[in-house]
Design a protein around this ligand. Structure first.
Ligand SMILES: [Zn+2]
Length: 135
């Protein structure tokens, strides 16, 4: 039990728990936004064209068994939209991360001439300042 508590303390103090909590809270808010997008905007638009609402699509099996496959379709559409948005967000984040990394490690393109201490091109064989040959 002591080891368990110690491990739990380490797990919490690593900081990933906070990240996870933030992720869950944002994810929850995000889910309701996507649900609203589908329920309040996409479904009414579909209703405009086909005169139907996905949620109203049902198959009746006998008198008490009804399959609400329209609701399932709505859930699938919700998921696809969410996946698309998450993909777009990750793409943007990756682009910024790559740019940041490129700035972090500037490519070395110059060196110092050992004879006159001037900054010269990394591939220079002859110094443009003192004309010394550089091996
Ligand atoms: Zn030089």
């Amino acid at each position: 039990m002591k080891a368990f508590i110690k491990e739990f303390k380490e797990f919490i103090s690593r900081g990933s728990v906070l990240d996870m909590a933030v992720g869950i809270i944002i994810g929850g808010a995000f889910t309701s936004i996507v649900k609203s997008l589908v329920d309040d905007i996409i479904n009414p638009l579909l209703g405009l064209f086909g005169g139907m609402n996905f949620d109203l699509l049902t198959i009746s099996l006998g008198k008490d068994v009804v399959l609400y496959y329209g609701r399932f379709l709505t859930a699938v559409i919700n998921f696809l939209i969410m996946a698309l948005i998450v993909f777009a967000i990750i793409k943007v984040i990756n682009r910024f991360t790559a740019r940041w990394k490129n700035q972090e490690i500037p490519k070395k393109e110059t060196k110092i001439c050992p004879y006159c201490q001037s900054e010269i091109h990394i591939d220079a064989r002859k110094c443009p300042h003192c004309t010394s040959a550089i091996q």
